[in-house]
Each structure stands twice: as structure tokens, then as C-alpha cells.
Design a protein around this ligand. Structure first.
Ligand code: PEP
Ligand code: MN
Length: 355
């Protein structure tokens, strides 16, 4: 006999859930409440005589038999998939969405030139690290709060929502006040206090898979975000460590298909950090879109040779523009479209910030 999960419509009130729990106590014993974003959820213990229904109570949207512990990310709880909204961008509606920008925010000139270039190519969001979790303490650690201010200024100019990494639980409130979405980096995937704080922030979160983490461990980490009532979560595949050293990491594209099957959360792919080689970004991006990724995260830099972080993997804006054109053709062929956000006035942008 298996426990059950009841998923309710967002309109169902706390009082109605309590009434359900009271009703279930008679047949099934003590049930546990959870939330999948706006949807109330009840985990109901198995009962030999089955669950008594009551026409006084709201009918669940769906009833799922549990085989193990509840996973709020499980596709069975929301088979239609989750839509994540990042500023004006919509991710998870079947479109192919691209976030791009520098690995790290370095200077205003570097940021606005790159942001302008990627905005012209039709991206839906700007990436850029203000806080950088570096392997060496001697490497550039990011402009930190000053970098965040520059990202806010770039959003003002380009209209692009901003995705940036948060590295400490204590920073979450302040980063969330500026960023449109929080990134949890691969190195922090199992930083549970950071995940809990990010979940509580109410901001959309891009959770990067740890390079030594299994698919199941990644979904376990996502559960820390979802368990805070935050269903605005995107899982990002960014390459795992294998014996192969021709690339920086091995992009696990089968994980994209597995995440899509197992979970209702949108999936993003970061080919830049996976491959570490600009010439591989185009084929890997096209493959990621073909395997069903909802979004891509791509490092672009106007002067990669001057970059303070990951310049070796950054694409030049002109190569990125070519990639965007190819992605559009591929998306159309697959019956998908490219995601878009309201376009800034390109001529005005160019006049303000010639690349
Ligand atoms: C990044 O996207 O800037 C980054 C540091 O990536 P990852 O956490 O995947 O290494
Ligand atoms: Mn990087």
C-alpha cells in the first residue's frame, strides 16, 4: 500500500485544506501539508480501506500514488510543466530562450557593450557574475556589490532582466532586491542553507547541477528550493566531471532529457562552462535545444582576451549572432519558437554604447 499526494487548485484555502486533513484523519491518519508554489499539496498516508471522499470538500486537481518520499519537482504533480517568469521573460512554455552576457561583470564599459550586443541578438536575459566563486583565492572574485549596481544599470538601459549568482545565505536578500533571478552555482548546489534562503526569497532561481552530482542529487537540491513554497526554479545542466579532458567538463545532454521526463521544472543548458571552448558552443547549443532544453546560458564578451574570468570560453558577439540565427531555424523546424522580451530601441542603444 502506498501513500498518496493530493494536489489542489491555488484557489483552495488553508481552511479547506485543514478541513480535508480533519476528514482524512478518520480514515488515513495524519496527513502532511506542502506547497508546490501556489498549489496546496497534501501527503496522505495509505489506508487499508482507501480514502473516503467528501462532496463537502474541494476535489483535488490530481491524486498521485507515491512510491517513495515526496518530490515536489516530480512531473506527475504538474504534468503540464512549470512556467518560470523572470522579469518579462517566460520560460517553460515550449520556446527556446537564451540568456547571455559576460561570465563576470568587470567594468561598466565591458558590461554595457556586451549587454547591448546580446540584446540586439534577441536574448531574453542578461547574465553576469558580480560574486564569483573561484577555484583560487588569488583569481578575480568579482566586483561584488558594485557589480550588482552595474547589472541594475544595464537592465535599465537594455530592458533585459538580470540573472546573477548568489554565493552566501546572508547575501540573498540584497541580491534578490536587485536581480530578476538568482543563480546557485555548481559549487554551491548542495549548500543547503543557501538553497533554503534562495527558496525563501521568492525570486526565480537557476540551480546549476554540481559537476560531481547525479541527476537525483540535483533534484534533491531543487527540493530545498521548492520546499520553501518557491516553484520558480530552473535546473541548469552545465557539464560534469568525467575522464574526458578534451573539454572542460562533459556536457551531459542525456540529463536534459531525464530532467524533462522526471520533473516539471524548465531545464537550462550552459554549454560555455561545460565545453570551455568557444568553437563548441554553437554545436552544443543546437544539440541542447534539439534535446528539449527550455533555455541556454551563454558566455559572451566583447573582448574575451581582456576578460578577467573565463575569457577562453566566451563567444564573440558576431559568432553569437550567427548562433542565434541557427537556433531560430532549428526551433522552427521543431515546431518551437524563440522566446523574446520587449526589444529595446536598438538605434538608441547603439548611439549610447557603440560596441
Ligand atoms: C557561472 O555561470 O558563472 C559559473 C560560475 O558557473 P558554474 O557554477 O556552472 O561553474
Ligand atoms: Mn565562468
Amino acid at each position: 500500500m502506498v501513500d498518496k499526494v493530493l494536489v489542489f487548485d491555488p484557489a483552495v484555502t488553508d481552511e479547506q485544506i485543514q478541513a480535508w486533513q480533519h476528514h482524512l484523519k478518520l480514515t488515513n491518519g495524519r496527513s502532511t501539508t506542502r506547497r508546490l508554489g501556489p498549489n496546496p499539496v497534501l501527503v496522505v498516508p495509505a489506508a487499508p480501506q482507501g480514502t473516503a471522499v467528501s462532496d463537502q470538500l474541494p476535489v483535488p486537481l490530481r491524486e498521485i500514488a507515491l512510491t517513495g518520499e515526496i518530490r515536489l519537482s516530480d512531473r506527475s504533480l504538474r504534468p503540464e510543466g512549470t512556467i518560470v517568469r523572470i522579469g518579462p521573460a517566460i520560460i517553460g512554455d515550449g520556446a527556446v530562450n537564451v540568456f547571455a552576457g559576460p561570465c563576470a561583470v568587470e567594468t561598466w564599459e565591458q558590461l554595457i557593450a556586451t549587454a547591448t550586443a546580446v540584446a540586439q541578438c534577441g536574448v531574453i536575459g542578461l547574465r553576469g557574475g558580480a560574486f564569483k566563486p573561484r577555484t583560487s583565492p588569488y583569481s578575480f572574485q568579482g566586483l561584488q556589490w558594485a557589480g550588482l549596481d552595474l547589472l541594475a544599470k544595464a537592465r535599465e538601459r537594455t530592458g533585459l532582466p538580470v540573472l546573477t549568482e548568489v554565493v552566501e545565505p546572508d547575501h540573498v536578500g540584497r541580491v534578490a532586491a536587485t536581480a530578476d533571478a538568482l543563480q546557485i552555482g555548481a559549487r554551491n548546489m548542495q549548500n543547503f542553507s543557501l538553497l533554503t534562503a534562495a527558496g525563501k526569497s521568492g525570486k526565480p532561481v537557476v540551480l546549476k547541477r554540481g559537476f560531481g552530482a547525479t541527476i537525483d542529487e540535483t533534484l534533491g537540491a531543487a527540493e530545498y528550493l521548492l520546499n520553501q513554497g518557491n516553484d520558480q526554479v530552473i535546473i541548469c545542466e552545465r557539464g560534469i566531471r568525467t575522464f574526458e579532458n578534451a573539454t572542460r567538463f562533459t556536457l551531459d545532454l542525456s540529463a536534459v532529457a531525464v530532467f524533462k521526463q522526471r520533473s516539471h521544472l524548465p531545464v537550462m543548458v550552459d554549454p560555455s562552462h561545460a565545453a570551455g571552448i568557444p568553437a563548441l558552443i554553437e554545436p552544443l547549443s543546437l544539440a541542447a535545444a534539439a534535446v528539449g532544453a527550455d533555455a541556454l546560458l551563454i558566455d559572451v564578451h566583447v573582448r574575451p582576451e581582456q576578460a578577467l574570468c573565463d575569457g577562453k570560453q566566451a563567444m564573440l558577439p558576431r559568432d553569437f549572432a550567427t548562433l542565434m540565427g541557427k537556433l531560430e531555424v532549428l526551433a522552427m523546424g521543431a515546431g518551437r519558437k524563440m522566446g523574446s522580451v520587449p526589444q529595446p530601441d536598438v538605434e538608441e542603444l547603439m548611439a549610447q554604447n557603440p560596441v
